[in-house]
Design a binder for this molecule. Structure first.
Ligand code: CA
Length: 267
């Protein structure tokens, strides 16, 4: 964040968003049965202007979303590279690395999370318009909160529609309905937890997944009162024996100090 008390021209425009905060009261239409429960939907909000960030955080939390806030580009980059989100709201004008630079780097690393870019009119250049930095949609500030929620829903629907019941990485296949796995056509016998762990790693192919994410999303451990690191490591080791031991190309890799990544070839 910039030094306090020094106004930046773009940030003043951001403040107009707060004028629209009465739209936080807009009633929410019933959501479709195919949508996940909203508390399961994780949204990363990247916005450096504190008032706008707080309005977004409380508004989206009020809609039932699980909101994580990052005020800096560096913080946002680390979060998005190490945790999984369903949607990222990304402000363009950030101190340090700007939003579009962050977005291009994430896309280059294989992060496929839908990204909605929030931009002031004077930064709405061709890079944003053409969405060639990897954005899925953009909104020009100031925007009505109801419009933001509608766009988020649209991105979530698109994401779900492309979710496959079969996931393939290299010669490794899983079928999410029958909960079966094969490598090079050979069936692999997995426990329920091992299957969920493998599914999660494959769904985040080429993304580094932290032990914290696994504890939260695979083991559903919210409180972290019981450290699961050893349990996770044991399961990863078992999964490796089943998935990788007999094959020259290894798929599950440890990224020291960060977590694990599933990909063909070295991370
Ligand atoms: Ca900003």
């Amino acid at each position: 964040m910039g030094p306090p008390g020094i106004p930046q021209p773009v940030e003043r425009r951001d403040l107009i968003l707060t004028v629209h905060s009465e739209s936080l009261q807009v009633p929410v239409p019933a959501r479709s049965a195919t949508m996940p429960r909203q508390e399961d939907v994780k949204i990363l909000v990247v916005e450096d202007e504190p008032k706008v960030a707080q309005a977004l955080e409380s508004g989206l939390a009020g809609e039932g979303y699980d909101v994580t806030l990052e005020l800096t580009g560096e913080g946002a980059f680390y979060r998005a590279a190490t945790e999984s989100f369903d949607v990222i709201l990304l402000d363009v004008m950030l101190p340090g690395r700007d939003g579009l630079t962050i977005l291009r780097t994430l896309r280059a690393r294989g992060v496929k999370t839908p990204v909605l870019v929030l931009t002031a009119l004077d930064t709405l250049d061709d890079r944003v318009r053409g969405l060639d930095s990897g954005a899925d949609d953009y909104l020009v500030k100031p925007f009505a909160f109801a419009e933001l929620v509608a766009r988020i829903r649209a991105l979530l629907r698109r994401g779900r529609a492309s979710d496959s019941l079969r996931v393939t990485v290299g010669d490794l296949d899983i079928d999410v309905v029958s909960r079966s796995a094969t490598r090079a056509g050979r069936a692999i016998d997995l426990t329920a937890r091992e299957f969920e762990l493998l599914h999660y790693l494959m769904a985040h192919e080429r993304q580094v997944v932290s032990r914290e994410s696994l504890a939260r999303d695979v083991w559903k451990e919210q409180a972290r009162t019981v450290p699961l690191d050893n349990v996770i490591d044991v399961h990863i080791a078992r999964l490796r024996r089943k998935i990788d031991a007999d094959y020259a190309v290894k798929l599950i890799h440890t990224v020291r100090g960060v977590g694990f990544v599933l990909r063909e070839g070295e991370p």
